[in-house]
Design a protein around this ligand. Structure first.
Ligand SMILES: Cc1cc2nc3c(=O)[nH]c(=O)nc-3n(C[C@H](O)[C@H](O)[C@H](O)COP(=O)(O)O)c2cc1C
Length: 177
């Protein structure tokens, strides 16, 4: 499979990265091709809501979303990877998702497999409820197939994350696709 990872943390060597690297290792060992986009390091603007695209067409804005759009429309799977920011995905990753509007129909027709990798400092059992609900709603709306999630509770700093079981879970998710 061709897998696109949308890595939504601004910390390129942070906890989200640890899960992404482990997932990628597993997926590559299983023969998949992984393309990673560090979306916070890319030029991605927020959706203007102008609907010049008519929800399927050229976007009025010309930025790096064009690269992501092309990759997703030739992929078999997408991975949303993010640290928890106020119980949701980062704004930068959300910008990428909002810009799906210009290729919504094409994306729906792909029936992509989808996974979510996330880390958060919280340890409450509800820490990932809002993100998980959002992810599952996106999967439903975009007609994707949820193939798995890894939610790293108590992952406040990369050292804690590295010592946890979550990188292994991400590796196994990639390896067993
Ligand atoms: C702006 C901001 C908001 C955060 N909000 C939450 C939150 O709502 N819940 C939580 O558990 N952790 C929260 N955290 C902690 C991060 O999710 C956590 O430190 C994570 O490991 C950072 O991942 P990274 O190293 O990939 O950047 C927040 C951190 C920042 C900087």
């Amino acid at each position: 499979m061709k897998i696109v990872v949308l890595q939504g943390s601004p910390n390129l060597k942070g906890s989200t990265n640890l899960l992404v690297e482990s997932f990628t290792k597993g997926a590559q060992e299983a023969g998949h091709v992984v393309t990673r986009f560090d979306v916070c390091a890319m030029n991605v603007h927020a959706c203007l809501g102008c609907v010049a695209c008519g929800f399927e067409g050229p976007c009025a804005q010309s930025d790096d979303v064009g690269i992501i759009r092309k990759a997703l429309l030739s992929a078999d799977m997408v991975v949303f990877a993010t640290p928890l920011y106020y119980y949701g995905m980062t704004a930068q990753l959300k910008n990428v998702v909002d810009r799906f509007a210009a290729y919504n129909t094409s994306l729906n027709q792909k029936h992509l497999k989808a996974a979510c990798l996330a880390v958060g400092g919280g340890t409450d059992d509800w820490t990932f409820d809002a993100l998980d609900s959002h992810f599952k709603t996106l999967v439903r709306y975009i007609e994707m197939e949820n193939v798995g999630t890894v939610y790293g509770f108590g992952c406040d700093v990369p050292e804690t994350t590295a010592a946890s079981d979550y990188p292994k879970q991400a590796y196994e998710l990639g390896k067993n696709l």
